[in-house]
Design a binder for this molecule. Structure first.
Ligand code: 13P
Ligand code: SF4
Length: 290
C-alpha cells in the first residue's frame, strides 16, 4: 500500500516496536522527523507520533498530504498554551524574542520567532544573540536551557505528563541497586532528575549515546518504548526499565495506521495564512540544525 500510494511512514522514537521496527520508513526524534518531512519525495506522509509532529510535517511540506492515524494523539505540553497566551506574553515583554518548543500547536508557532527541540534548544536560544528570551512551554526544558546558557529565560508553566513523574529518589535507588549503571534522561525531566543522571539528551541523543558508549547496564529515563526499540539495536546492553507510558503516543496502532492509509483519512489541514506564518519559525529552527 505504501508503494502503491507513494507514501512514507515517519515514526517517533516512542512508537511501539511493531511500528518502529516493523513498518516505519524513518524513525527518529522530533527534529529529524521535521527535517525528513521537508526532504521526502513521497506524496503522502503518515506520521506515527502526536498531533504537533504531524502539523510540523505539514508546515515543512505544505503540498503533501499528511495523515495522523489518531487525531486524539495530543501532548500535555502542546495543550498547555494557546496563541492568545503567547500574544499576551509578547505584550508583557515587548521586543523579547519567543523561542517555542516544537511541542506546540501551529497557532503558537505562528506567534513564535524560532522553534527548537530538546536536541538544539541551547543552540537556538544562543543563535539569537540577545540577553533575554521567552521560552515556551516546557518549564523543565526552560530550566535545563537556563543551566547551560547565560541568556535569561522567561519560562511558561507547561510540563510533560510522562517525564514529570520521574523522581531523583527513584534514580538514586536504581543506582544503588545497580552499581555501575549509566542513567540517561530526557531534558523534559525535572532538574533534580537530570542532575542525578549521567547524561541528558533528546530521544535520538539518548539512543546515539547507547550506540556509541555501549554501557553494560543502562536506564533511559523516558517513555517506555525507547528502551524496547533501542535494545534491539544494542543486544549487548542490559536495559533496566522503570519507565512511563505516553498515553498520546500509544494511541497510534497498526490497525489505525492501515485504516488511515487505505482511506487517506485524518488529514492535517492548516489554513493558508496560519501555515505561512507558522512555517517560518520551524524553517528557522531546521536552518540552525542540531
Ligand atoms: P524528542 O524531540 O527528544 O524526540 O522529544 C519529543 C517528545 O515529545 C519527548 O517527550
Ligand atoms: Fe508530549 Fe510528553 Fe507525550 Fe512527548 S512524552 S508527546 S512531551 S506528553
Amino acid at each position: 500500500l505504501k508503494k502503491e500510494k507513494n507514501a512514507i511512514i515517519l515514526a517517533h522514537n516512542y512508537q511501539t516496536p511493531e511500528i518502529y521496527h516493523g513498518i516505519a520508513d524513518f524513525a527518529a526524534d522530533s527534529l529529524a522527523l521535521a527535517v525528513e518531512a521537508a526532504k521526502t519525495k513521497a506524496d503522502i506522509i503518515v506520521m506515527c507520533g502526536v498531533h504537533f509532529m504531524a502539523e510540523t510535517a505539514k508546515l515543512m511540506s505544505p503540498q503533501k498530504k499528511v495523515l495522523l492515524p489518531d487525531m486524539n494523539a495530543g501532548c500535555s505540553l502542546s495543550s498547555s498554551i494557546t496563541g492568545e497566551d503567547v500574544r499576551l506574553l509578547k505584550k508583557k515583554y515587548p521586543n523579547v524574542p519567543v523561542v517555542s518548543y516544537v511541542n506546540t500547536s501551529a497557532d503558537v508557532k505562528a506567534e513564535t520567532d524560532v522553534c527548537c527541540t530538546s536536541a538544539n534548544a541551547v543552540k537556538v536560544v544562543e543563535s539569537l544573540g540577545v540577553k533575554k528570551v521567552i521560552f515556551l512551554p516546557d518549564d523543565y526544558l526552560a530550566k535545563y536551557v537556563a543551566s547551560k546558557t547565560k541568556v535569561e529565560i522567561i519560562p511558561w508553566k507547561g510540563t510533560c505528563i510522562v517525564h514529570e513523574q520521574f523522581t531523583a529518589k527513584e534514580i538514586k535507588e536504581i543506582k544503588k541497586q545497580n552499581p555501575g549503571i549509566v542513567v540517561i534522561a530526557h531534558p523534559e525531566c525535572p532538574p533534580d532528575v537530570i542532575n542525578a543522571s549521567d547524561f541528558a539528551g533528546s530521544t535520538s541523543g539518548m539512543s546515539d549515546y547507547v550506540k556509541k558508549n555501549q554501557p553494560k547496564k543502562v536506564m533511559m529515563v523516558t517513555e517506555c518504548s525507547m528502551s524496547d526499540n533501542v535494545q534491539v539495536e544494542n543486544p549487548k546492553v542490559e536495559f533496566i526499565k522503570p519507565c512511563n507510558l505516553c498515553p498520546y503516543m500509544k494511541k497510534i496502532t497498526l490497525p489505525k495506521i492501515l485504516d488511515c492509509l487505505e482511506n487517506e483519512s485524518n488529514e492535517i489541514i492548516i489554513p493558508t495564512n496560519l501555515l505561512e506564518k507558522a512555517k517560518l519559525s520551524v524553517e528557522r529552527m531546521t536552518a540552525i540544525g542540531r
